[in-house]
Design a protein around this ligand. Structure first.
Ligand SMILES: Cc1cc2nc3c(=O)[nH]c(=O)nc-3n(C[C@H](O)[C@H](O)[C@H](O)COP(=O)(O)OP(=O)(O)OC[C@H]3O[C@@H](n4cnc5c(N)ncnc54)[C@H](O)[C@@H]3O)c2cc1C
Length: 390
C-alpha cells in the first residue's frame, strides 16, 4: 500500500461516505466489498432487506459536511441534495388501536416544531452513495472481496489485508409462497391497519411478506473504536444496534463526520501521517464511545415505547407536557428526548443526560403539586372541623 492510501472495508452507506471523505481530502482510496456489484443494483437489492430507513438531522448533517453541498461547485458536490430530492417526509406516527367499535386512529407528531424525519428506500440510498463514490477518480472499488484477515507488517503504520475472492457470485434465491401465510397476512392487515391496507399495493405487500425470510436483530459493542494507529471502526461494524430508534445509520454517518473532524485537526497540526493517525484515532474513540453507548441504551429502551407505551396515558401526558414546555419556555430550555435525538446534532450522551434531568424536574414538580394538593386538602379539612367544633 502506498503512503497516502486508505482502505475502506464495506461499501454500505457508512463505508461509501467514509471513502468519499478520504477522496475529497486527496487520498487514494480502495473500497473493498464482499458482495457483487450487481447485488447493489436497485432491482436486485430491493429483493433483500426491505424496510425503509428513516434519515434524520444528524445523518443529513453528516452527508452535507462529509459529502459536500452545492456551495462546493464540484462535480460530486450535491450528494445531500440528491438524497433529499428522493425522500418521503414523515411528520407523525399513526397509532392503530383495536376497539369494540373498530380501529381507532391516533396521530402522534414527531416534533413540537413541525419537523419531519425522512424515509428513504434502503437499497436506493446505498446505490446512490455507491454511485457518488464511483464519481471520484481516486476511489477504486473491489467487489466480491471479503476481508478475511489483517496481518501486521514490520512497518507499524501498514498492514497486509487478506481477501477471499470467489470465482462467481451466488445471489440467486428461491422464494416459496404459502397460501395460508398469505391469508393470515391479509386478515392481519384488514383487522389492524384497514386504512393503510386500502391505499397500499396489496398484492406487492402480501408477496413481500410471504417471500422474505425474517432476520434476527443484534447489537455490536466495540471499545475502543480503533485498533492502534491502523484501523478505525465506523457504522455497524462498531455499534450495530436494535432498530427501534431509527438511528443506526444516522449514528454511523455521524461517526464519519466526527472522525473527519478529528482527522482534520490532527493532519493540520502534524506533518507526519503516522503522528496524525496516532492522535486522530484515539481522539475519535474518546469523542464517540459515550455517545454510541447512549444511543444503544436508547434504542433498547425505545422498544418498550414502540411496543406499548405509545398508547399509555402517562406517555401521552408526558408528550403533551414536553410539547407545552418546549413551546412556552424561552428557546432551547426544554426539548423532548425524541427531538434531541432526531432533530439535533447534540451528542447522544448529552441528550440522555438532559432527558434524565428533565425527568427529575417533572418528578419533583409532580411531588410538589401533590404535596400542595395534600396541604390544601388538609387545610380545608382542618378549617371545616374547627368550624364544626365551635
Ligand atoms: C429492520 C431495520 C430497520 C432499520 N431502520 C433504520 C432507520 O430507520 N434509520 C437508521 O438510521 N438506521 C436504521 N437501521 C440501521 C441501519 O440499517 C444500519 O445502521 C446501517 O445500514 C449501517 O450501515 P453500514 O454501512 O455501517 O453497514 P451495512 O449497511 O451493513 O454495510 C456493510 C457492508 O460491508 C460489507 N462487508 C461486511 N463484512 C465485510 C468483509 N469482511 N469484507 C468486505 N465487505 C464486508 C457488507 O456486505 C455490506 O455491504 C435499521 C436496521 C434494521 C435491521
Amino acid at each position: 500500500m502506498v503512503r497516502n492510501s486508505v482502505a475502506v472495508i464495506g461499501a454500505g452507506p457508512v463505508g461509501c461516505l467514509a471513502a468519499i471523505g478520504f477522496a475529497r481530502r486527496g487520498y487514494e482510496v480502495s473500497l473493498y466489498e464482499a458482495r457483487s456489484e450487481c447485488s447493489f443494483r436497485e432491482e436486485s437489492a430491493t429483493k433483500q432487506r426491505s424496510i425503509n430507513l428513516a434519515l434524520s438531522v444528524r445523518g443529513i448533517t453528516a452527508l452535507r459536511v462529509v459529502g459536500g453541498d452545492k456551495d462546493d461547485h464540484s462535480k460530486q458536490a450535491c450528494l445531500v441534495d440528491e438524497v433529499l430530492s428522493e425522500v418521503v417526509p414523515m411528520s407523525a406516527r399513526m397509532i392503530h388501536t383495536n376497539t369494540d367499535v373498530g380501529v381507532r386512529l391516533d396521530r402522534q407528531e414527531y416534533s413540537s416544531q413541525g419537523e419531519s424525519i425522512y424515509s428513504f428506500e434502503r437499497a436506493k440510498l446505498n446505490w446512490l452513495l455507491l454511485n457518488s463514490a464511483a464519481n471520484y477518480s481516486n476511489i477504486e472499488m473491489y467487489f466480491q472481496h471479503t476481508l478475511m484477515q489483517v496481518q501486521p507488517t514490520s512497518n507499524e503504520s501498514e498492514v497486509h489485508l487478506a481477501f477471499q475472492v470467489p470465482g462467481h457470485a451466488d445471489w440467486a434465491s428461491v422464494f416459496e409462497q404459502h397460501m395460508s401465510q398469505r391469508e393470515s397476512a391479509q386478515k392481519f392487515f384488514q383487522t389492524n391497519f384497514p386504512d393503510a391496507f386500502q391505499i397500499m399495493d396489496q398484492e406487492e405487500l402480501l408477496q413481500t411478506l410471504i417471500s422474505r425470510t425474517p432476520s434476527s436483530l443484534g447489537s455490536v459493542r466495540c471499545t475502543p473504536m480503533h485498533a492502534g494507529s491502523l484501523a478505525v471502526f465506523l457504522g455497524d461494524s462498531a455499534h450495530a444496534m436494535v432498530p427501534f430508534y431509527g438511528q443506526g445509520l444516522n449514528c454511523g454517518l455521524e461517526d464519519v463526520r466526527v472522525f473527519f473532524e478529528e482527522w482534520d485537526k490532527a493532519t493540520s497540526e502534524h506533518h507526519s501521517m503516522v503522528q496524525a493517525k496516532q492522535i486522530a484515532l484515539p481522539a475519535y474513540t474518546a469523542q464517540r464511545s459515550q455517545d454510541v453507548a447512549a444511543i444503544q441504551v436508547l434504542a433498547q429502551e425505545n422498544y418498550k415505547e414502540m411496543r406499548s407505551k405509545v398508547v399509555s396515558r402517562t406517555h401521552k401526558l408526558r408528550k403533551w407536557v414536553d410539547t407545552k414546555l418546549a413551546q412556552t419556555l424561552p428557546a432551547n430550555r426544554w426539548h423532548s428526548l425524541y427531538e434531541m435525538v432526531t432533530f439535533s446534532n447534540m451528542g447522544y450522551a448529552k441528550a440522555l443526560e438532559t432527558e434524565r434531568r428533565q425527568q427529575r424536574i417533572l418528578r419533583n414538580l409532580g411531588s410538589a403539586m401533590g404535596l400542595g394538593l395534600l396541604w390544601t386538602l388538609s387545610w380545608g379539612v382542618y378549617r371545616i372541623s374547627t368550624e364544626f367544633a365551635k
